[in-house]
Design a protein around this ligand. Structure first.
Ligand SMILES: Cc1ncc(C[n+]2csc(CCOP(=O)(O)OP(=O)(O)O)c2C)c(N)n1
Ligand SMILES: [Mg+2]
Length: 891
């Protein structure tokens, strides 16, 4: 046998490969790409059947997904658009530089927008639809790109120089601009907050799905609306960013477009120095079923790729890691020739006609409007799946020595005169050398080509964006009769507040005026809360309907999925549910529909787990009801340390427009929900409610006369003592599930210890706290005027005796109000980790049952000098309390 040298073998290999490639070329030309794809598919199938192991890859080569010869021509005027973009760039950088000259340390970001300018400008000139289109897009802007969005609004004439001047100086006279997108601070401008990274992708996903929900349920006409989410590549490391990407593919949400600005850098350095973030994201999104469009190379690369018959260039492009690409971004053309192109003589040959300067100037895809336009166009037209555009850019593009591609660039906010001059020259902004020192803003004249062009484009696309507009019509209040049964009490029957809530929700769902606007949201806990009857009654939303026969079809309460189903059953996913809550609770502005979300979840997985999303909801002016189910540290028997929530009422205190309540009885719940609907949907206040609901069952009493106002304000006297003349007196505060314990203690104190105790139901310590501080503040600022008296003081200042509070939450909660009481407050609460135990044992462990209320009251009377210590010593014994038991707060 003739020996074949390795060189001959390699040559043969190359010939063989060439033959295959030629065949592909032939089929491509004669039959088109689809035929090639079919052939390749059959070939791989055949190879697999014959034992060939093909490695799995979800990746495509490191080139643009849309080849040059499939590109559409870009409409409009590229020159005018380039000039507009340059002016936006300049003003965006200038406002940050000026803010930091005027006030050291005020911050701001130049390099995020510098890298993303083309992505946004193509959107503004060709795609983003405004309100007048009737189908406005919902756009999540990358938070750190805000200066660029303001700069464009300035050029459009929507905001003036003073605003730019006062970027990050919101408290200046004449108004400033918030650092990042915040609808709370700029309610006519921003729709959604995005600067807590990772939240806008998940909010965008659920927004896109909610649009389908509204359409499928007939609450919104079928629309062209797209949801755009502009993200950073570093941002995708947040688990929330990618954590929900299977949903939009599963639900075929082709109304959703992610644009990931892949500048390969985050704050500290490269996102994947030793790897390739774009390929990693491509695999993740393709694997999840998305349409992925890579926009990696600008048009200067097209002729070279066309020459790349052997694939050496594509191979070279694909083998460079991001850290190295970043190095190329800061290096000279000569360096590129030597290090990138020099890897193979064929590559050097390919670029020998280009000067070093030309090599340096070859742009990336994300900076090339034609490439970006084509990607956006393809995304708009894609059917049956969401699209992600992975656009490669350079961080700090255009900053040159001041930061382009450098690791420090994220925080660059000061440019010296030379750097400003270079930036100005590079983008051709008409500012003279003499003026450059004070970094003037630049706006072309009203009748300039650029201004007219911008306005014309925006008019054609339905007006300016971003622009938040409240469009929802005011809802009628539900009939008061809906709530009446809850005011009567259960007359001996026991119920939990969760059961009461579910009953109330069921009634509201049937309300002829508001029923269809209600959006029940539940993360796989409907059975836990006894809501399964609703499955059948109103259906679980599923765009696909129900294509299987449910296993429990023959039962009354079967698991009914329907395309017009009303319940959003989100699976084990509080973050996704919260994102749905935000979409539904802001639909009054975003879609002009006053949907009323009720999101019920295991309370411990709310403020504690997804507190940042709740904060985003608050910022977004979301309206609706959060229901913390199975709340309270001792109310939930058995579940233990993880599930028993003694925290959330305290956490909720810090969310300014959240109204937290801890109702104990059915009528309290009914009063709060009825008034909440009135405030949010009739009066259109931008607040939302948090109600804890419990699963302990007890008899619900009828509503005491005149309690309504107090229930809403946070406190009312539930039951006065029957022995008001008693020498020993006490005021007992109870709330939520612990209120019945306090009522028991009232009886024990009266009958066994001669103490006349009044019981107050505290429905909201937080509301009392806010009212108290509001009065204090007013008094501080108005000395000498008649002081305002906090509501809690008005209620209890003349109440005799000692003050004792017991709740199922940490002790800090009742203590939030003690400064407005006439005497010190003795507090019982549930600081510490929970235990798996019975309710009774837990209340003993945490010292919040009736017996502890009794000894806390007696102890307070001892401290007040009204009772001998021996009485409480005896009581401790008589009530079977172990004085040396573990301290639950620390054990
Ligand atoms: C949850 C969260 N963590 C941290 C930050 C602080 N932060 C702001 S921007 C940034 C880097 C952003 O990098 P990338 O997402 O790649 O965006 P780029 O600016 O590169 O476009 C960081 C860490 C934040 N805003 N939110
Ligand atoms: Mg980045």
């Amino acid at each position: 046998m003739r020996h074949i040298s390795p060189k001959d073998a390699a040559d043969l290999d190359a010939i063989e490969t060439r033959e295959w490639l030629d065949s592909v070329d032939y089929v491509l030309q004669s039959g088109g790409p689809l035929k090639v794809a079919r052939l390749l598919h059959e070939l791989t199938q055949y190879a697999r059947q014959n034992g060939v192991k093909l490695p799995f890859t979800a990746n495509t080569p490191y080139v643009n997904t849309i080849p040059a010869d499939e590109q559409a021509l870009m409409p409009g005027s590229p020159d005018v658009e380039r000039r507009i973009k340059s002016f936006v760039r300049w003003n965006a950088a200038a406002m940050v530089v000026r803010a930091n000259k005027a006030s050291e340390g005020i911050g701001g970001h130049i390099s995020t927008f510098a890298s993303a300018a083309t992505l946004y400008e193509v959107g503004f000139n060709h795609f983003f639809r405004g309100h007048d289109s009737g189908d406005p897009d919902v756009i999540f802007f990358q938070g750190h790109a805000a200066p660029g969005i303001y700069a464009r609004a300035y050029l459009e004439g929507r905001i003036d120089e003073k605003h730019l001047e006062n970027f990050r100086r919101e408290l200046k006279a004449g108004g400033g601009l918030s650092s990042y997108p915040h609808p709370w601070l700029m309610p006519d401008f921003w729709d959604y907050p995005s600067v807590s990274m990772g939240l806008s992708p998940i909010m965008a996903i659920y927004q896109a799905r909610f649009i389908r929900y509204l359409e499928d349920r007939g609450l919104k006409a079928k629309s062209q609306t797209k949801v755009w989410a502009f993200l950073g590549d570093g941002e995708t490391d947040e688990p929330e960013s990618l954590g929900a990407i299977t949903l939009p593919a599963r639900e075929k949400l082709d109304n959703l477009i992610f644009v990931i600005n892949c500048n390969l850098q985050r704050l500290d350095g490269p996102v994947r120095g030793n790897g390739q973030i774009i390929q990693e994201l491509e695999a993740a999104f393709r694997g999840a079923g998305w349409n992925v469009i890579k926009v990696l190379w600008g048009r200067e690369w097209d002729p070279l790729l066309a020459k790349d018959r052997d694939g050496v260039l594509v191979k070279r492009m694909g083998e460079i890691v991001d850290g190295q690409y970043q190095k190329y971004a800061v290096e000279s053309g000569a360096y590129l020739r030597e290090h990138f192109w020099g890897a193979d003589p064929r590559l050097l040959e390919m670029v020998k006609h280009l000067s070093d300067d030309q090599l340096k100037k070859m742009t990336l895809g994300g900076h090339d409007p034609v490439k970006v336009y084509n990607a956006f166009k393809a995304a708009m037209e894609h059917k049956g799946a969401p699209t992600v555009i992975l656009a490669r850019t350079i961080k700090g593009y255009g900053l040159g020595e001041a930061g382009e591609g450098k690791n420090i660039t994220h925080q660059q906010k000061k440019l010296n005169e030379d750097e400003l001059r270079a930036f100005r020259t590079r983008f051709g902004v008409p500012i003279s050398d003499a003026d450059i020192g004070h970094t003037p803003f630049y706006r072309p004249a009203e009748d300039s080509i650029e201004t007219r062009y911008m306005r014309e484009r925006r008019t054609a696309l339905g007006g300016f964006v971003p622009a938040r507009k409240v469009r929802g019509e005011v809802l009628p209040a539900p009939a008061h009769e809906q709530f009446e049964e809850f005011f009567k009490g259960t007359e001996g029957r026991k119920a939990s507040t969760t059961m009461v809530f579910v009953r109330l929700l069921s009634k509201l769902l049937r309300d002829k005026d508001i029923g269809r606007f209600i959006v029940p949201i539940v993360p796989d806990e409907a059975r836990t809360f006894g809501m399964e009857a609703l499955f059948r009654a109103v259906g679980i939303y599923s765009h696909a309907g129900q294509v299987y026969e449910p296993v429990d079809m023959d039962t009354l309460l079967y698991y009914k999925e329907a395309s017009d189903g009303q319940i959003l059953e989100e699976g084990i996913n509080e973050a996704g549910s919260m994102s749905s809550f935000i979409a539904a609770g802001t639909a009054y502005a975003t879609h002009g529909v006053n949907t009323i979300p009720f999101f019920i979840y295991y309370s411990m997985f709310g403020f504690q787990r997804i507190g940042d999303l709740i904060w985003a909801a608050a910022d977004s002016r979301t309206r609706g009801f959060l229901l913390g189910g199975t709340a309270g540290r001792t109310t939930l028997a058995g579940e233990g340390l993880q599930h028993q929530d003694g925290n959330s009422q305290l956490f909720a205190l810090a969310y300014p427009n959240c109204l937290p309540y801890d109702p104990a009885y059915a009528y309290e719940m009914a009063v709060i929900i009825e008034d909440g609907i009135r405030r949010m949907y009739v009066e259109q206040e931008s607040v939302f409610y948090y109600l804890t609901v419990m699963n302990e069952q007890y008899e619900m009493p009828p509503m005491p006369e005149g309690a309504r106002e107090g229930i809403l304000k946070g406190l009312y006297r539930f039951r006065a003592t029957s022995t008001p003349k008693a020498k020993l007196r006490a005021q007992l505060f109870g709330s939520g599930a612990i209120l019945p314990e306090v009522v028991k203690a009232q009886a024990m104190l009266e009958s066994d210890y001669g103490v006349g105790a009044d019981v107050w139901s505290i429905t909201s310590y937080v509301q009392l706290y806010r009212d108290g501080y509001s009065a204090d503040r007013w008094n501080m600022l108005h000395p000498g005027d008649t002081p305002r008296v906090p509501y809690v003081t008005q209620c209890v200042r003349d109440a005799p005796g000692v003050f004792v509070a017991a709740s199922d939450y940490v002790k800090a909660l009742p203590h939030a109000i003690d400064r407005w009481l006439p005497r010190p407050l003795a507090t019982l609460g549930t600081d510490g980790f929970g235990r798996s135990e019975s309710r009774e044992s837990l209340r003993d462990f945490f010292e919040v049952d009736a017996r502890y209320v009794v000894i806390a009251t007696l102890g307070a009377l001892v401290r007040a000098g009204e009772l001998d210590v021996s009485v409480v010593q005896k009581a401790i014994k008589a009530l079977g309390i172990d004085s040396n038991k573990l301290d639950p707060a620390v054990s």
